[in-house]
Structure formats: structure tokens, C-alpha cells
Design a protein around this ligand. Structure first.
Ligand code: HSE
Length: 298
């Protein structure tokens, strides 16, 4: 079972918007055993004993009111701690594989809730944006957190995603959340409302121009940009090359640019050049909106 990489926030949609893209995938394989408890093998990476997959299973079992014996193998091809939802995708892929193997019918919101609570292992607090997109696919809006209410759109959007090869920041998401402003002015609040509205309207109408308006952000981006390597140059070069908008992917350090199909290669080359001029190695990919893990079992 596969779950895609994701980019949360998309500028103004902090913690309530995320897109699933086909840049990378995490995969999980499940075997049911007798007894109760989850044994997880991670291939190619080691998230430690307290990890999002283990926690997600605990929350799911709690919610379903029973326990299964599970052997899970997780192969994560999504770069870790890069703002691409790798920890959440691992958990979603594993839960989806388990649900299929056990022949269960589980509401998508229940899967997202369990995986989002599991994110505490990686981020220090629950958040549902990445896991919602990894599970449902498309562009997802969290319309309510309690109770969890998710809305999925399937707009045709193309992105250039830049993934710098920099040492992972310890406790990255926790740190990147700690730098956010505690308060905003009423004027900023109204301006941000307009941007988030543009994002959601853009998803609904599959209109990249509206999505681009929503990708600007005067609250989170200014606080986090200093911690995102090469962000200023990457953004400038991408926009000069014709990108419609650029924002930080999740909590960074990856960046996500919204592009038109006709200039995706030009923007990709511009982003590559920006990283080189900053003396950084980076993988830069053109990616499209894609389906989520649950599409494979519904
Ligand atoms: N919305 C979360 C944040 C995503 O920006 O902190 C973290 O991957």
C-alpha cells in the first residue's frame, strides 16, 4: 500500500490545507498475526521506538475498541524531515494496508484522526493536514478539527518541489512552530481570510490563479523563511521563471512552487540554479496532484 508525499499549508492555509503529490511515496506491507500488538520494521530509515506508525496504530485500535496482532514493514521513499509529510505518509500507508488486510470498513476521518494523533511522535503536537492529504489524496481542507471534517478537491495543479540536501534540524516541526507569532493584527487576520478563501475557491474551481493568490502569506512565511535554506533566492528565481506562486512546503525546508504545465521545466531549472548558486545540493521535481492511500481500498 502506498501513500504519497504531501505539502501542508500552501501559504495561508496553515494547519488546515494540504495537497498530495506524486513526487515521492511511502509504502507499507502488513501481515496479521495472532495476539495483540504491532511489530514494525522500518526499511532504509530508523525513526526510533516512539514513532508515528506505532502511535497511529495505538489510536486506531483504541478508536475501534479492539486490538489485532500486526507485523508491519514500512519502506519510506519520502525524504525525512523535509516538510513533505514523510512521517504521516508512513503511518497512513501502514494503517491503510492494515485496514485492507483485516477486511475492515473504517471511515476516512477515523484513519486521519489516528494518524494525525500519531504525528505527536514527530512534531510534539497532533496535526492533521499532512495525514489528511496522504489518506484522501488531492487537495484537502480541514473544515473542522473537532469533530474532524475533511473536504477533498481534485484540482489539476502542477508543482515544482525543491528539496535541499541539508542536515535535518533536530525537532524541526516543534522548532518551526515555536517561531510563529502568538498574535496577529485584525488587518492581517482579514487579509489572511481572503487568502485562505482564494485557496479553497481555487481548489473548488480548479483555478491555479486563485490558488496562487492563496499561497501568499504574511503570518507564517515571514517567521519561518529565515530558517529555510536559500528560500529568498529560490522564490525569486522561480517567480522570475514564471511560477504562479511559491511557498514553504509544510514546516520546510522544502519549497513548493505552483506552475503552469508549459513552464514547469523552466521553473525547475531556475530552482536548481538558485540552489547551486547558494552552494546547496538539492533534488528538484515536477509533481502533480495525486490520489491518497485510501483510494486503494475504498
Ligand atoms: N502544518 C504543519 C506546520 C505541518 O506547518 O507546522 C508540519 O508538517
Amino acid at each position: 500500500m502506498k501513500a504519497p508525499s504531501t505539502s501542508a499549508n500552501l501559504g495561508s492555509g496553515f494547519d488546515v490545507v494540504a495537497v498530495a503529490h506524486d513526487a515521492y511515496f511511502a509504502e507499507a506491507y502488513i501481515k496479521l498475526t495472532s495476539g495483540c500488538g504491532v511489530d514494525i520494521k522500518f526499511r532504509g530509515f530508523n525513526p526510533g521506538s516512539d514513532n508515528t506508525v506505532k502511535r497511529a496504530f495505538q489510536h486506531l485500535f483504541e478508536r475501534l475498541g479492539r486490538c489485532w496482532g500486526v507485523e508491519a514493514e514500512v519502506v519510506n521513499n519520502i525524504p525525512i524531515a523535509r516538510g513533505l509529510g514523510s512521517s504521516g505518509a508512513s503511518a497512513v500507508a501502514a494503517l491503510a494496508a492494515f485496514i485492507r488486510e483485516a477486511g475492515l470498513r473504517v471511515e476516512p476521518a477515523v484513519v486521519v484522526e489516528a494518524a494525525g494523533l500519531g504525528e505527536v511522535a514527530a512534531a510534539g503536537s497532533p496535526h492533521f493536514d499532512n495525514v489528511a492529504a496522504a489518506a484522501l489524496g488531492g487537495a484537502v481542507v480541514i473544515a473542522s478539527v473537532k469533530p474532524l471534517e475533511l473536504v477533498k478537491f481534485m484540482p489539476k495543479l502542477i508543482f515544482v518541489i525543491g528539496v535541499p540536501d541539508v542536515p535535518p534540524m533536530p525537532e524541526k516541526t516543534k522548532v518551526m512552530r515555536s517561531v510563529l507569532p502568538r498574535e496577529v493584527s485584525f488587518r492581517t487576520y482579514v487579509a489572511q481570510l481572503a487568502r485562505v478563501s482564494a485557496l479553497v475557491a481555487g481548489f473548488a474551481k480548479s483555478d491555479p490563479r486563485l490558488v496562487a493568490l492563496g499561497m501568499s502569506d504574511e503570518v507564517v512565511e515571514p517567521a519561518r523563511a529565515p530558517y529555510v535554506p536559500a528560500y529568498g533566492r529560490v522564490k525569486r528565481y522561480a517567480l522570475e521563471a514564471g511560477a504562479l506562486a511559491v511557498s514553504i512546503s509544510g514546516a520546510g525546508p522544502s519549497i513548493i512552487a505552483l506552475v503552469e504545465e508549459k513552464n514547469s521545466d523552466v521553473v525547475k531549472a531556475a530552482v536548481e540554479r538558485a540552489y547551486i548558486e547558494e552552494g546547496l545540493r538539492a533534488e528538484v521535481k515536477v509533481a502533480s496532484i495525486t490520489e491518497g492511500a485510501l483510494a486503494q481500498i475504498i
